[in-house]
Design a protein around this ligand. Structure first.
Ligand code: ZN
Ligand code: MN
Length: 254
């Protein structure tokens, strides 16, 4: 099987893949952020990288090293900045990192780039980084960029199967059933099932306060319960995601 990780290739091998074979380059973007007592701080970038790698295998693509720090954790979707270990970037830093990496991949000859987001708060800053990179680049180089949040690829039947009692929404799914089940699929050795807390679901008012009201956030950092997470659910989710993202990549870039 072909290598899917950019950082394991030498530069001539990499050059051959992007210039001669026209390999799609995937840039996983995540965060270093608390995910409750049962999941690791790297959950968002570990999942984005694993999803990208699964798709890269299907389309003979290459996965670049992830952007492992993300935009500031928000109380309503990541628990907030008051947790030890949550290590976040100012928006300008994240935007600049995305802009620079994309411009570099294009300079290497990459004509198709996929930004795979695994951290809710990153979305608009990734969009801005992509936009600035394309504005700086010569449009004649023809590089196209796809941006996606992997969770948008779940179909309603899959969500109904995973959440028979109703889906709480992606924001409240922080460190809950989706991420825990997917981690049980990709990195089971990093999941501490015995430490899943009983907190949640969190109940937030329809506004934000600054400085943040940390008492609105469950002390464990989990925004809805992960108790219903299973490896089997992770298997269903990963199969559907990988398949549907690979189809989208082929549709846009082949
Ligand atoms: Zn997460
Ligand atoms: Mn996150």
């Amino acid at each position: 099987m072909k290598e899917t990780l950019m950082n394991r290739l030498s530069w001539p091998e990499y050059q051959d893949r992007v210039q001669r074979e026209d390999a799609t380059v995937f840039l996983p973007c995540g965060a270093t952020e608390q995910h409750g007592p049962h999941l690791p701080l790297g959950t968002d970038h570990l999942l984005a990288t694993a999803v990208a790698q699964g798709v890269a295998r299907r389309v003979s693509g290459l996965v670049a090293p992830p952007l492992a720090y993300g935009y500031k954790s928000q109380p309503k979707c990541g628990g907030g900045q008051h947790f030890c270990g949550t290590t976040s970037l100012d928006a300008a830093t994240l935007i600049g990192s995305v802009r620079d990496t994309i411009r570099e991949f294009a300079r290497h000859g990459a004509r198709s780039i996929v930004v795979v987001n695994g951290h809710y708060e990153n979305q608009w800053f990734l969009t801005e980084g992509i936009d600035l990179a394309l504005r700086e680049m010569d449009s004649a180089c023809g590089t196209k960029v796809m941006r996606l949040e992997y969770w948008d690829f779940f179909t309603p039947p899959t969500l109904e199967r995973i959440f028979p009692e109703g889906f709480p929404g992606y924001a409240l799914e922080h460190a809950a059933v989706l991420e825990t089940s997917m981690m049980l699929h990709y990195h089971p050795e990093l999941v501490r099932l015995d430490r899943i807390p009983d907190d949640g679901p969190a109940d937030f008012p329809p506004y934000d306060m600054y400085p943040p009201r940390t008492e609105w956030v469950p002390p464990s950092g989990v925004l809805s319960s992960a108790r219903a997470a299973t490896r089997e659910k992770g298997d269903w989710m990963v199969e559907e995601l990988t398949d549907r993202i690979a189809r989208a990549v082929r549709a846009e870039f082949d």
